[in-house]
Ligand binder design. Structure first.
Ligand code: NAD
Length: 264
């Protein structure tokens, strides 16, 4: 009896999920401008830990180590961690089914921009063309003393911290540290995309990192339907989410993209 009850609850859950995926697919088909907003959760199935939660990077590392002031004072210590976390580890990850689903939606004209908080380059590796990297990316290093920028692979990390070949200044990864401002251009373009969105698809983000977390609220304020994919409720869920798809990003976005593109 007990087993039956759970079994039927499971079936009901599956039916609701399927209905929600179809509802989300319909909203995506009807939308003339769809923007995807992603956070660390979309890359979990690629083997990259998020920051928060029991297996998050912050359970292993002190977030204070990634403050711009700490970097300025302790570039060598900070660089050892940066190399270990971001270049030795994240640099080897590959896009998963969720990144591919978003790229397929874009190729079929159903996604117009991706705004990502991630620095891992996996949207582009999956084939997404219009990606706004709100927090920068691991692809380049920039000089802290002059305007030079270098592709990561052109600079040796054998001796840390790496220095600028042009002026000898200390190089920093070209992503946003705590305390760094958001690059003006990406901030402006992301705000515009949020305002233009008829649908905003929010994937794998807690909504707790300011100012990036404001983007879905702006979209909602300007009339967008908010579809959210996450394994757990986020700060957005009770406030602005219209359709909540609970589950792993890859497991939800792959059937969602098929339903939109192939009309399944
Ligand atoms: P977060 O670490 O605060 O939260 C991750 C979110 O993903 C949570 O809501 C969690 O429930 C959800 N999640 C976990 N596994 C998931 C899965 N398989 N499918 C769908 N959702 C899943 O991440 P955040 O809110 O994006 O913000 C943290 C900051 O961390 C961002 O600024 C981002 O730049 C940075 N970050 C980036 C990377 C990366 O580049 N891959 C990795 C870690 C952190």
């Amino acid at each position: 009896m007990k087993v039956d009850r759970y079994f039927s609850a499971g079936l009901t859950g599956l039916k609701i999920m399927r209905e929600n995926i179809l509802k989300a697919a319909q909203a995506l088909k009807n939308s003339r401008h769809t923007v995807v907003f992603t956070g660390a959760g979309i890359s979990v199935e690629s083997g990259i830990s998020p920051f928060r939660g029991p297996d998050g990077l912050w359970s292993k590392y002190d977030p204070g180590l990634f403050h711009r002031g700490y970097f300025r004072e302790n570039p060598e210590t900070c660089w050892k961690l940066i190399k270990e976390i971001f270049f030795d580890f994240i640099g080897k990850a590959e896009p998963n089914a969720a990144h591919h689903a978003i790229a397929d939606l874009e190729k079929n004209g159903c996604v117009h921009a991706v705004i990502t908080q991630n620095i891992d380059n996996l949207h582009q590796e999956a084939g997404s063309a219009h990606v706004l990297e709100y927090h920068g990316a691991i692809r380049n290093l920039c000089c802290t003393a002059c305007p030079e920028r270098y592709p990561r692979q052109d600079i040796s990390l054998a001796v840390l911290p790496p220095v600028c070949p042009a002026c000898g200044g200390i190089l920093k990864p070209d992503f946003v540290f705590f305390g760094d401002p958001i690059p003006e251009e990406v901030n402006r373009l992301s705000g515009q995309e949020a305002k233009d969105a008829e649908v905003m698809l929010v994937v794998g983000t807690t909504g707790q990192v300011m100012p990036a977390s404001r983007i879905p609220y702006v979209a909602k304020e300007f009339g967008a339907t908010v579809i959210e994919v996450n394994v757990a409720e986020s700060d957005y869920t009770p406030r602005i989410t219209d359709i909540f798809l609970r589950g792993k990003a890859g497991e939800i976005l792959a059937p969602l993209a098929r339903a939109v593109i192939e009309g399944e």
